[in-house]
Design a protein around this ligand. Structure first.
Ligand code: GDP
Ligand code: IMO
Ligand code: MG
Length: 421
């Protein structure tokens, strides 16, 4: 079976830590979408590591990691990350595999991302500028180059052809930065990538499944950033939801087992776009400081606010979530009062549904107030040690969403997680 771990909000829910926590239960961990826009943080021997391209199971002996076909891959980031991984004594040549259908991010994709964002002015998406949207556009536009193409003797010719196409687009944006250094790095990384384990991902993964191996699909970004169901156009360019696992790895829907949805105990968003429960006040600032809410990929301050159960229920619905994990519960330790958004007033009318668009409409979150617990929970190991007020907070979420929180993460460390049953 293929279990799935994915984010239910606007990304950065703590997926990296949770995948790392569950990794030993699986034989293979696979990324199925997104690219180096992701920043998944985990701690190995108390050292902080942020992974962008490699699945978060890479530090576990005997676990295979696959970069699936649905991913867009920047060879430069991959190479850098492989260096980090090997500095921990991990032999990535043994445990890392790349699907040959995975699309490549070229230096000109990054340039196009930058040029397009600049041209949008105040309407900018707040992209991570990693070339994600241009790379996926080349995939759906049927122009892109794939990892398997690297092994073709005509790769350089194909690269030059596509680069020229990109140059014409860049000329329209009047983009004239010199990207020759990026290209130099790219070709160096391409040579490195060519010698990794490049496999046919769909046969690779399905043969493992046939042998009874357990697979974990690791989502990047979050459901509210999904290309179809997110807050379009302020979204990323891939299918971040469970359905993306099938097309992003080549596995059939009936192979999907548990869908483990990760949510923070509150909400954050980095980049532009609607965020109904955002707090532009000292409470929001306190969440940012206590939660250390600064982007793992870009370092940008994350926008912060209360947990939004309208969005959470929606995300559980489109993903078929079977289990919830709530992260960063410890961040709420220092708040005397908490709020949970239970519905929206959409242009004055009550609703518990996510509307078609969220920018040209007045959205007022409706809150239920909760008492804070005001004790440190970060050392807790058992559910009995958790304060009653936290249990009430959790119980209300369980009831409203209709799916149970089964794990509470109470700190960034590997061991800081409590199983509730
Ligand atoms: P991801 O993209 O979903 O993997 O999440 P990020 O790594 O971008 O952001 C999550 C941040 O929260 C990282 O800095 C983690 O180390 C940290 N983190 C994860 N779980 C917890 C938790 O339960 N409590 C606290 N305080 N920090 C956490
Ligand atoms: P992880 O996997 C949070 C956001 C960007 C921007 C929008 C589009 O770490 O949770 P893109 O670069 O994809 O064109 O940016 O999506 N974004 C993320 N926000 N976490 C992420 O990944 C994100 N990946 C993209 O900030 O608003
Ligand atoms: Mg992140």
């Amino acid at each position: 079976m293929v279990d799935v771990i994915l984010g239910l909000q606007w990304g950065d829910e703590g997926k990296g830590k949770i995948v790392d926590f569950f990794a030993n239960d699986y034989d293979l961990i696979a990324r199925f979408q997104g690219g180096p826009n992701a920043g998944h943080t985990l701690y190995v021997n108390d050292k902080k590591i942020v992974l962008h391209q490699i699945p978060s199971g890479v530090f576990h002996e005997g676990v295979i990691n696959l970069v699936g076909n649905g991913v867009v891959l920047d060879p430069v980031t991959l190479k850098r990350e492989c260096d980090t991984v090997s500095s921990f004594g991990i032999d990535f040549r043994k445990n890392l595999f790349i699907a040959e259908r995975t699309h490549l991010i070229l230096p000109t994709h990054r340039a196009l991302d930058k040029a397009a964002e600049l041209s949008k002015g105040n309407d900018k998406i707040g992209s991570t500028l990693k070339g994600i949207s241009p790379a996926y556009m080349d995939k759906t536009g049927r122009n892109g180059l794939r990892v398997g193409d690297l092994l073709d003797k005509n790769f350089t010719t194909a690269y030059i052809k596509l680069r020229l196409k990109h140059q014409k687009l860049l000329d329209n944006y009047a983009f004239n930065e010199d990207i020759s250094a990026w290209e130099e790095e790219f070709f160096e990384a391409v040579e490195f990538l060519k010698h990794l384990n490049i496999v046919n991902g769909e046969y690779f993964i399905n043969s493992k499944l046939q042998q009874g191996k357990k697979v974990l699909a690791e989502g990047a970004q979050g459901s509210m950033l999904d290309i179809d169901f997110g807050t379009f156009p302020f979204v990323t360019s891939s299918s971040t939801i469970t359905a993306g696992v099938c097309s992003g790895l080549g596995v059939a829907p009936q192979k999907i087992g548990e869908v483990i949805g990760v949510t923070k105990a509150y909400c954050t968003r980095v980049g532009s776009g609607p965020f109904p429960t955002e707090l532009n006040d000292e409470t929001g600032e306190k969440l940012r400081q206590v939660g250390n809410e600064f982007g793992a990929t870009t370092g940008r301050p994350r926008r912060c606010g209360w947990i939004d159960l309208v969005a959470l229920r929606f995300a559980c619905m489109v993903n078929g979530v079977t289990k919830l994990v709530m992260t960063k519960a410890d961040v709420l330790d220092v708040f005397t009062e908490l709020k949970i958004c239970t519905s929206y007033k959409l242009n004055g009318k009550d609703s518990t549904e996510i509307p078609f668009q969220m920018t040209r409409i007045n959205i007022e979150p409706v809150y239920k107030d909760f008492m804070g617990w005001n004790v440190s929970t970060s050392a807790a190991k058992l559910p009995e040690e958790l304060p009653v007020a936290m249990k009430q907070y959790v119980e209300f979420i369980n009831e409203t969403v209709g799916i149970h929180i089964q794990y509470i993460s109470n700190g960034p460390g590997r061991e800081q997680i409590i199983s509730l049953r």
